[in-house]
Design a protein around this ligand. Structure first.
Ligand code: NAD
Ligand code: KPL
Length: 305
């Protein structure tokens, strides 16, 4: 009997993972916020994934954090700013050899979660898959991509990667997951805030080439200083490639702001600026970008942390 995957968070990525695992016959349980959400979830009859226009619903069993059953494998699929508290609520249910898979973008939340559960193995993920919520319990698979998984403290791959193969979740085990997370963070810092401030699609940044280049220079300096030279390699070239390849898309931060949702700024630009300060590295353009973004979010009445 294979180990049950508990999926924490019935949002875009949580649904994308839960439904594909369930489709492959892997045991999955969904953890929702509270009894009211559980009631609503049960009334909906399951999670729906819309793929290439076709919708399928999977009657994955749901529960709240208060269900006392032990958890052996937990996929943490909430936003970076919710992860620490959400996991803390489950800490007493974790089996002694529990594993957590952390899907959060950016950096900072992974360490905060690990500190809550010192005995568990925490595996970080960096994903280029794309999904969005079309309604409650209904998610659209919007962009095929890839997920890298890794554990900075323990390079051996877990046995359950086979289940991801059966589930059709494209992935690879990465022995340099921190480098991948830093690289993605740098890309997101160079692109996402500017798309918000210039109110444009990713491709609109082609008109702000100098601003992007200056930020890439400072981000590269930061990556070098904090021991991530591989993440700094040809950063500007990669940022320009992504801007070109995703020219028609709105960045995730742009979409959050446009829909009045809290952004993950503290785990992206905020984390970069905090790390630079800790290394006594002066990065004026990056700091100024953070101040401009915070002021913009405050003007819109959105949280700036
Ligand atoms: P989302 O907002 O769609 O889903 C998060 C879900 O977690 C929500 O349903 C929320 O109610 C739930 N949640 C929060 N706290 C909870 C708690 N205590 N108990 C139970 N549920 C709780 O977010 P998302 O888009 O799936 O993003 C998750 C993470 O994955 C983010 O860090 C994001 O940056 C990253 N990511 C997302 C995508 C994507 O395409 N959506 C792609 C790559 C990375
Ligand atoms: O990951 C992204 C996002 O929008 O969050 C890209 C497309 C790389 C832009 O930074």
């Amino acid at each position: 009997m294979s180990t049950t995957w508990h999926v924490l968070g019935a949002g875009s990525l949580g649904t994308l993972w839960a439904t594909r695992l369930a489709r492959a016959g892997v045991p999955v349980r969904l953890i929702v916020r509270d009894e009211a959400r559980l009631h609503a979830y049960r009334a909906a009859g399951g999670l729906t994934l819309v793929e290439q226009g076709a919708a399928h619903t999977w009657g994955i069993p749901g529960e709240t954090a208060e269900n006392g059953e032990p958890i052996n494998r937990l996929l943490v699929a909430c936003k970076a700013y919710d992860a620490e508290q959400a996991v803390a609520r489950l800490a007493s249910r974790l089996a002694p050899d529990a594993e957590l898979i952390l899907l959060q973008n950016g950096l900072g939340s992974q360490d905060a979660v690990a500190a809550q559960v010192p005995h568990a193995r925490c595996i970080s993920a960096s994903s280029t898959e794309g999904a969005f919520r079309e309604g409650d319990w209904r998610v659209v698979f919007a962009g095929h991509g890839y997920t890298w998984l890794g554990d900075a403290g323990h390079p051996v791959a877990p046995i359950w990667l086979d289940e991801l193969v059966s589930a059709g979740i494209p992935h690879a085990w990465s022995i340099d997951i921190l480098t991948r997370l830093w690289r993605k963070l740098a890309l997101n810092c160079a692109i996402n805030p500017l798309t918000v401030l210039h109110d444009c699609r990713n491709g609109g940044l082609q008109d702000h080439h100098c601003e992007v280049a200056t930020l890439c220079g400072e981000l590269s300096e930061l990556l070098e200083r904090c021991g991530q030279p591989a993440a700094a390699e040809d950063l500007q070239q990669e940022v320009e490639r992504v801007i070109h390849a995703t020219a028609a898309n709105y960045s995730s931060m742009y979409q959050d702001v446009a829909q009045g949702r809290r952004t993950e700024i503290s785990y992206l630009l905020g984390y970069a600026c905090k790390t630079a300060a800790r290394h006594q590295l002066n990065l004026p353009h990056l700091n100024q970008l953070q101040q401009r973004l915070i002021a913009h979010l405050q003007r819109l009445g959105l949280p700036s942390d």
